[in-house]
Design a protein around this ligand. Structure first.
Ligand code: CMP
Length: 138
């Protein structure tokens, strides 16, 4: 199978009505959606998901925000998925995101930055498995 990455359309982008536009950009860039759900994280789930950041000063705000509203979680498939998807979403801080990237177009700020993308193959696997069981991946 080809490479996979994991993404979430975050509460800001869902509330702003950008689900369709973001998914269109993802498809246009050559990613195949192999799993997807509309869901909401509890504070505990967000804390578990972002455990790697627990020592960071923004951990509390990040996990409050990520549990504040509905999200779209998805697993995406494409050659070189992790790196290519990070390129498509752009810099964490939308002020530094390049023209044409998802964050440039849809993100509000560093914390309300529209989308998540896994930063490694290993994390893509862990994060995907956190949201989806084997029978939910097609
Ligand atoms: P994400 O790709 O989901 O992974 C961790 C998130 O922490 C990141 O996107 C940002 O939205 C959020 N975040 C908030 N503040 C900061 C910060 N100062 N530096 C890095 N990430 C931050």
């Amino acid at each position: 199978r080809s490479d996979r990455t994991f993404t979430m359309i975050k509460p800001d982008a869902v509330a702003n009505g950008y689900i369709g536009a973001i998914l269109a950009k993802i498809n246009k860039a050559g990613f195949r959606i192999v799993a997807m759900k509309y869901t909401k994280l509890t504070k505990d789930q967000a804390m578990k998901f972002y455990e790697v950041h627990q020592e960071r000063p923004f951990y509390g705000d990040l996990t409050d925000f990520m549990s504040s509203g509905t999200i779209v979680a998805a697993i995406l498939e494409k050659d070189n998925a992790v790196a290519d998807f990070r390129k498509l979403i752009g810099a964490t801080n939308p002020a530094e995101a390049e023209e044409g990237t998802i964050r440039k177009e849809f993100a509000e700020s560093m914390s309300r930055n529209a989308v998540h993308g896994s930063d490694s193959d290993e994390n893509a696997c862990i994060e995907g498995a956190y949201h989806f069981s084997g029978t939910e991946i097609f």
